[in-house]
Design a protein around this ligand. Structure first.
Ligand SMILES: [Zn+2]
Length: 311
């Protein structure tokens, strides 16, 4: 058997994806298989193929018993419906999201607000702060990790010193602090979540995006400093979110005709709200600003009347 990279226990397989899809963490326990987070909907066929491949490689007769979501952003649960159809897996979501998912409340779930897609899925169980989970024959504790998302959970395995950090901590930052965009508190919660992580005995972090990493101290230092920078001027968090949401659109579509960018952005409620609260620009001016930012960062290019994904 190929040695598991990053010194992970052999029951854990990290399927590292990109930015459109979150990482998928596959657990092969003696009795039960489980997956944490399912990626974005347009990648669902690839997600299914990757999981089937690992299951087959390990003689698991293509059986996925459980699906767990750290949080319900479209890039973490967009594959739920396809996985449920393929495997009839028992699905667990953060407890606070249960009502919204049960009635598929488009206004409360984040997909409509961000202009992203997520096919409707069902759930069987909910997870609360402090709940114990057995994944890959290891004991994990779910911990509330608000900030990026008010209801996000992270998963900690004390025995192995492992942390599934979702979008609360990446090697070089963390996800957009969404609550602040709507005038709700998020920076203080994000800070408390970093403090919580700092108090854990972690030897390896499995983030929601990017490769697993060992130097949690360095990642925390970067995250604290970025959080201070954003908190000093909340416009910076809004600017970051506009860039991230446009980049996500571009990752999904690959190209957008230039004349459509402004109306596409104006139709995304969260961007429109951000503009009203923080930018006070016309639709075209906000689109021009955002495109220029992505082009400057090498994340997009303007070619032949189109905005193209790059980087
Ligand atoms: Zn997220």
């Amino acid at each position: 058997m190929i040695a598991n990279p990053f010194g992970l226990p052999s029951s854990i397989h990290v399927l590292e994806r990109g930015w459109l899809s979150s990482n998928n963490i596959l657990f092969l326990g003696e009795q039960e298989t489980a997956l944490v987070d399912s990626g974005y909907v347009t990648h669902a066929p690839q997600t299914l193929a990757l999981i089937a491949h690992v299951l087959r490689e390990h003689d698991r007769s293509n059986r996925l018993d459980r699906l767990v979501n750290t949080h319900l952003h479209s890039d973490h649960c967009g594959g739920n419906a396809a996985l449920q159809a393929a495997y009839r897996c028992r699905t667990a979501i953060p407890h606070a999201e249960a009502g919204k998912v049960a009635r598929w409340d488009e206004d409360q779930l984040s997909y409509k607000a961000t202009g992203q897609q997520c096919p409707r899925f069902a759930f069987d169980d909910t997870i609360r702060d402090g709940d114990a989970l057995l994944l890959g024959d290891l004991q994990w504790t779910a911990l509330a990790a608000p900030g990026h998302d008010p209801h996000s959970l992270i998963l900690y395995c004390a025995q192995e010193g492992l942390l599934i950090s979702a979008d609360a901590l990446w090697q070089n930052g963390f996800g957009v602090i969404f609550p602040e965009l709507e005038g709700k508190s998020g920076f203080a919660e994000a800070h408390a979540t970093l403090d919580l992580i700092a108090g854990l005995d972690v030897r390896l972090v499995i983030p929601g995006h990017g490769a697993p990493f060992a130097d949690v101290g360095a990642a925390l230092a970067t995250a604290y400093s970025r959080l201070d920078y954003l908190q000093d001027d909340p416009l910076r968090n809004a600017q970051n979110s506009v860039k991230v949401i446009l980049k996500f659109l571009l990752l999904e579509r690959q190209t957008i005709p230039l004349e459509q960018v402004s109306s596409m952005m104006a139709d995304i409620p969260l961007l429109a709200a951000c503009n009203r609260r923080y930018f006070h620009l016309g639709d075209a001016a906000l689109a021009d600003w955002a495109m220029a930012q992505l082009v400057r960062a090498g994340a997009a290019a303007i070619v032949g009347g189109e905005l193209r994904n790059a980087g």
